[in-house]
Design a protein around this ligand. Structure first.
Ligand SMILES: *Cc1c(COP(=O)(O)O)cnc(C)c1O
Ligand code: SF4
Length: 349
């Protein structure tokens, strides 16, 4: 079995090269067999699983996994699971109805004053709980620029839009020049006041956050970066340093975590996650109830379980570590607050 502590065998200049990391993140069945063992990935179900939902793990994130620990909360987020092929009632490949809310291709508008641009068609790593996993197999289109130009034109003629979120896919998988062009084009639209990047890259590919990239991002402020930390073990020296490089350029970093069964659905884990984020100056922004995406049922907790944890967090944590616990509803429903603090609570003794 291939060891996961392979980091020593890799040249440091390769390791710190984000393109090298990205180039090695797609894992076919034979690679997975060497990592997990042949029996673990045998059978036709694995062929189906990897065809439908391909596996991507950056070597960096792979080095954080703990082989032999069946309950490893990081492995659970990235190792494919045959239960992803089970559909449950109430599930939908697109539970937020994003496809029905695209005034132009690749631009989602579910709120009056902000919109979300699908600015990249790949991710550094595939989170098995992803709510856009329906898009993983979409072929990389050669016509990306024309599509983005049409989206930019739509934003330019829609003055109600004051904030644009770049998402995807992961926008930070695109190269510096493309990002500079896209952010600059948005900045040139007078009514677009604020830009936001939604990216898991600081957590799963921290070497992508180069000084060159940060210099470009700095030029396009006010810019917010929203990332996704789901477990305290993801707060490493590397990911903390990546966040710090962004923060020191005057770009606030926040995190939207997803409540995931077997990953972070315990008070102690979320307490350590949110306090850990505060200690690296990353603001916990949202805690999402896991959306009813087809094939993610094994990740979903009941809202009641989330509320119970939230109640204890609310009593005991600094306000700066407390995200809002929300559920996203289809279309214009938007995000609704699941937890509201009752009046007059006293802290745990
Ligand atoms: C979540 C989301 C937003 C942003 O919502 P905030 O509450 O401002 O974080 C905007 N557009 C779409 C399509 C979204 O899904
Ligand atoms: S980085 Fe975001 S879009 Fe990409 S797989 Fe993870 S959750 Fe989905």
């Amino acid at each position: 079995m291939e060891t996961l502590s392979f980091r020593e065998d890799i040249h440091p200049s390769d390791w710190s090269d984000w393109r090298w990391q990205l180039g090695r993140s797609a894992l076919r069945r034979d690679r997975l067999a060497r990592i997990l063992g042949e029996e673990a990935v045998a059978g036709p179900v694995w062929e189906d699983l990897l065809r439908q939902y391909p596996c991507r793990i950056t070597p960096y994130y792979m080095s954080l996994l703990r082989p032999g620990d069946a309950g490893d909360p990081l492995a659970r987020q990235v190792i494919p699971d045959p239960r992803e092929l089970e559909g449950r009632s109430g599930e939908d490949p697109d539970p937020l109805d994003e496809e029905k809310h695209m005034p132009v291709a690749g631009l989602i508008r579910r709120y009056g004053n902000r919109c979300l641009l699908l600015a990249a068609d790949r991710c550094a790593l595939h989170c098995r709980h992803c709510n856009r996993k329906r898009l993983w197999r979409r072929p990389a289109s050669g016509s990306r620029r024309p599509r983005l130009r049409r989206a930019l034109e739509w934003i330019a003629r829609t003055p109600a839009i004051r904030e644009v979120i770049l998402s995807g896919g992961d926008p930070l998988t695109r190269d510096d020049g493309e990002l500079d062009w896209l952010l600059g084009s948005l900045r040139a639209i007078p009514h677009v006041e604020v830009l936001r990047l939604g990216s898991r890259v600081p957590v799963v590919l921290p070497m992508r956050i180069t000084e060159d990239l940060c210099r470009i991002l700095q030029q396009h402020r006010p810019l917010w970066l929203n990332t996704q930390f789901n477990h305290p073990l993801e707060i490493t020296e590397e990911s903390a340093a990546a966040c710090d490089r962004i923060l020191t350029r005057g770009i606030p970093v926040s995190s939207q975590s997803v409540l995931l069964k077997g990953v972070n659905d315990r008070y102690e884990v979320l307490r350590d996650l949110f306090q850990g984020l505060q200690s690296i100056a990353v603001r916990p922004y949202y805690l999402f109830q896991c959306d009813a995406v087809t094939g993610t049922g094994h990740f979903r907790t009941s809202p009641a379980a989330g509320l119970e944890i939230m109640e204890r967090l609310w009593k005991n944590l600094s306000g700066l570590c407390l995200p809002r616990y929300v559920q996203d509803l289809p279309g214009e429903g938007g995000k609704i607050l699941l937890h509201r603090a009752p009046v007059g609570m006293s802290p745990d003794p």
